[in-house]
Design a protein around this ligand. Structure first.
Ligand SMILES: [Fe+2]
Length: 308
């Protein structure tokens, strides 16, 4: 049977390849090449994963893995980022060597020593740190510790790539202690926000990526705050966001008109280009830590930030 519509055609194979390299060629057309419909990235607030990690029953990882839903062959929370929780029981060790350019960590509770290559740091509640990918690292807990971390592991898995380490590495190890974060946020709070800024937020960067004002080439990290009974107006951007609910009683986000109620240490998934807003209905300041694949979109000149 002859197919008249080119969109219905199957893959076209080389006629008589002279060697294996020619034989590996495949051909599609402008009708059928763009027919693959990937499942959309769902707006979501993930609560089961933090509950599992906070139960503190064993040392290990709890991945926020939506790869089945995304039809993705590797663990992923969004197509380019993976969020996870890590629990390290007192006296135990977790290997944190990851295949990503960088991962961004927040310590939810506990006390631990972090070793990254030949450097060490003492970690406490509320600390943030940036781990370069591919560098041997581990956490030794003195008091049972729980962490939240986001890396661009899926981005590298998609490309079947590995991070460059050593002097050419994209990021180094950076420690942002909780009391320093609090001080730096206070400095920001002493200034006025204007119409072009969306509330008071502390943006994390590093010596190596200072010129881009990002924390890693493709990732951005922001500690956003909302005063009592206030909200961040609806907006959208082409970067996807993974947000840790740090404080907010009560607080919620609207993502594509779906209400996502925050609960302690939940992870909010805001898909790329989804309309969203964050709301603090409580009498205390709300705080949320946002990792985005924003560096990628700034670099590509395709951030597409718009208020509604
Ligand atoms: Fe946003």
């Amino acid at each position: 049977m002859t197919i008249n519509d080119m969109a219905e055609m199957p893959v076209q194979l080389p006629r008589a390849p002279k060697n294996e390299a020619e034989g590996r060629g495949r051909y599609f057309n402008s009708g059928n090449a763009f027919n693959i419909k990937l499942p959309p990235v769902p707006p979501r607030i993930l609560r089961d994963e933090p509950a599992k990690a906070m139960a503190k029953t064993a040392t290990g990882w709890v991945l926020c893995d939506l790869s089945d839903e995304l039809d993705c062959p590797f663990p992923a929370t969004t197509p380019l980022m993976l969020a996870r929780y890590a629990t390290v029981l007192a006296g135990e060790t977790l290997d944190t060597t990851l295949n990503c350019t960088a991962s961004i960590w927040y310590m939810i509770e506990g006390s631990a020593t972090l070793t990254v290559g030949n450097e060490t740091a003492e970690l406490g509640k509320g600390d943030v740190f940036l781990l370069p990918g591919g560098v041997a690292s581990q956490i030794n807990a003195s008091e049972t510790a729980v962490f939240w971390a986001v890396g661009n592991d899926p981005q590298l898995a998609f490309e079947k790539a590995a991070p460059i380490t050593g002097s050419e590495a994209a990021t180094g190890f950076v420690h942002y202690p909780a009391d320093e974060i609090e001080h730096q946020l206070d400095v920001v709070y002493q200034r006025d926000a204007n119409d072009t800024t969306s509330g008071h937020a502390l943006i994390f960067s590093a010596a190596q990526t200072e010129a881009s004002r990002n924390i890693a080439p493709t990732l951005t990290l922001s500690l956003n705050t909302l005063k009592p009974h206030s909200f961040q107006p609806p907006h959208k951007h082409n970067s996807a966001a993974l947000t840790l609910a740090v404080a907010g009683d009560p607080a919620y986000s609207m993502v594509d008109d779906q209400q996502c109620d925050w609960s302690p240490w939940a992870t909010l998934l805001t898909p790329a280009a989804a309309k969203h807003s964050h709301h603090n209905d409580g009498d205390t300041r709300a705080e949320f830590l946002i990792v985005q694949d924003g560096g990628l979109y700034y670099h590509a000149r395709t951030m597409g930030f718009e208020f509604y």
